[in-house]
Design a protein around this ligand. Structure first.
Ligand code: ZN
Length: 363
């Protein structure tokens, strides 16, 4: 009987990591089917920042007339093709993604800056198509590492590609903030990438130039395993008002490993984090993430990204959670820091948007 119970408990905890509809989080109002969501971080709020979740770590951030895109990826491919075969551009999902963007009057052409958190295929795959088809404006600036450049080398025309490594945050030096315009600036922070499964960390290292030399058409089949991680970055985005920081966002496109996710106190002293955008995928396989980071930054709000299963067709009413990720375990880890960062009601601080959702933060 004892062994039967143990086996049952084991199977139950394992099943929490299988893709499933996020019913529990819908009941807790952490997840909803809203496509427009207003979140106020200040009772006297008079400014509004729009963040559209486009799936995985793909985000469109809009403040006034400025648009920034992060980690462009729309082309869901089945898991079997991703791990053993080849993936390809998916026109149906790309159309869905561009419909999301157009729905609120935005366009890829309006994007002036793109940031890539790392070079796994689910963070930059559709950049090649956007570049090849001239969907972006010529003046767009792309900040990414050399691995990402290797991937898109044949699709860069007059676009400006800047090596993110030469902008990264270094302690005790003058910071290389990237001025997006007079009211927005971005800082690139080096970080680690959590393992994907247990202690296994796939697709490490830099992309192979020889392999990507043949990637000359964005719609050709290609091995997902060749999209090596490169260097992984987190970002801090500041909205400035009269030279002071009015709203600060931390953006994480990957979970991180022990002692490697903390933000320098030097940065936090200047201004705390109002909004933390944190990916949940593979958070299971690190002991420290997200609680160590949350205990340090104590954000007012957390937007959970990279949470849906991107190995299956997009089905808005039947959306499922990302594989190998136990959401209860994620929130259990959050609970361990309630002495330092209290969370009374999950939905007061956490929101997990459906792809396409425009989340408006008022500050
Ligand atoms: Zn990754």
């Amino acid at each position: 009987m004892k062994y039967l119970l143990i086996a049952f408990a084991f199977l139950f905890s394992l099943s929490c990591s299988f893709p499933h509809y996020p019913k529990k989080y819908e009941k807790l109002a952490v997840f909803s089917h809203d496509t427009l969501k207003n979140i106020s971080t200040n009772a006297l709020a008079c400014n509004q920042l729009k963040i559209q979740y486009l799936g995985c770590s793909n985000l469109l951030i809009k403040y006034k007339n400025e648009s920034i895109l992060l980690d462009p990826f729309f082309s869901n491919n089945p898991g079997i093709k991703t791990s053993l075969g080849k993936i390809k551009f998916n026109p149906i999902y790309f159309k869905k993604g561009s419909d999301f963007v157009n729905k609120y009057g935005n366009s890829f052409h309006d994007i002036n800056t793109i940031f890539i958190s790392h070079s796994h295929y689910d963070h930059l795959f559709d950049l090649a198509y956007l570049l090849e088809k001239d969907s972006l404006n010529d003046a767009v600036k792309i900040y990414a590492d050399e691995s990402a450049k290797t991937v898109v080398q044949h699709f860069l025309k007059n676009h400006t590609f800047l090596n993110a490594d030469s902008f990264v945050y270094k302690k005790n030096t003058i910071q290389k903030w990237i001025n997006i315009n007079s009211e927005m600036r971005m800082l690139i922070i080096p970080t680690s990438h959590a393992p994907h499964l247990g202690k296994l960390h796939f697709m490490k290292g830099n992309t192979d130039n020889l392999y990507f030399k043949n990637f000359t058409q964005s719609t050709q089949k290609i091995s997902a395993n060749q999209f090596k991680e490169g260097h992984t970055f987190a970002f801090i985005l500041d909205i400035l008002k009269a030279d002071t920081i009015a709203f600060r966002i931390l953006i994480k496109g990957a979970g991180c490993e022990i002692n490697n996710g903390k933000i320098s106190d030097e940065i936090l002293k200047e201004h705390g984090i109002d909004l933390a955008i944190m990916q949940i995928a593979s958070a299971n396989f690190t002991d420290c993430y997200p609680q160590n980071l949350l205990a340090q930054i104590k954000p007012k709000q957390v937007l959970i990204t990279h949470w849906e299963d991107f190995f299956r067709p997009y089905a808005p009413r039947k959306i499922k959670t990302v594989r190998a990720t136990n959401f209860s375990y994620f929130f259990k880890k959050v609970k361990t820091i309630e002495g330092v960062w209290p969370v009374k009601k999950l939905s007061d601080q956490f929101y997990m948007p459906k792809p396409g959702t425009m989340v408006m933060y008022e500050f």
